[in-house]
Design a protein. Sequence first.
Length: 263
Amino acid sequence: MLNDPVPMNHIDRFRERLDSGRLCLGPAITLSDPAVTEALAPSVDFVWIDLEHNPTSLESLSAHLIAARAGGTPALVRVPSSDVAWIKRVLDTGAEAVIVPQIHSAEEVRKVVSACRYPPQGTRGFGPRRAADYGRRNAAEYVAEANARVFVAIQIETAEAFRELDAILAVPGFDSIVIGPYDLSGSMGMLGQVHHPTVVGAVGTIATKARAAGRYVGIGMAPDEEHALQAARQGVQWVQCGCDFGYMIQFADGLYGRIRERL
């Protein structure tokens, strides 16, 4: 923590919730309109803004981050890759947390951790805009706070990363492991079989080892109540359970289907 008292931000509160033992639940945000985040914010523990699989622009990301902050909700941004340019631009846009997908090695994790922090702790280039209140923040104070508070999550979703798990967990400077069960199942030769015993066993091993190493454990999944409960029983602490358009489709299909059945 910083020596001078600094008001808690939303990512600090997210850490507090995880430390309290509360299972944190939130959606993936895939649509560009920030009203989606604004509408969901009071109902969730966090939002997972997904830049990996969606055409979301940095302009849309900025609007979602503003909506999340206004709604008092932690915003975790999944970047498209471990590329330094993406991490830098997302953090400079004001993200307090990044999720980095498709990690393969401990060396890649070291590079990610370094890219998320300014010297001397890392190699992040200096040029924040919104993150530093458009230049109003004292630079030295901003750098110290940014380095201390950034929440870095590493996604384990390949058999290669699973084999490298012990080495990855030995890398200092990141907060959370995030399990990608769908891609993990695919890399094990059983794409989509997230309930296969081999995949379930791998999820349990990842969660157990990560918790023992002092890392938080998250997971991404479809809007599947039983899958979320299973993951929580295995030690997962935060669950991205479904996404914005999925909620609309699931509710509409169910509602309209029930109405027609009752006619």
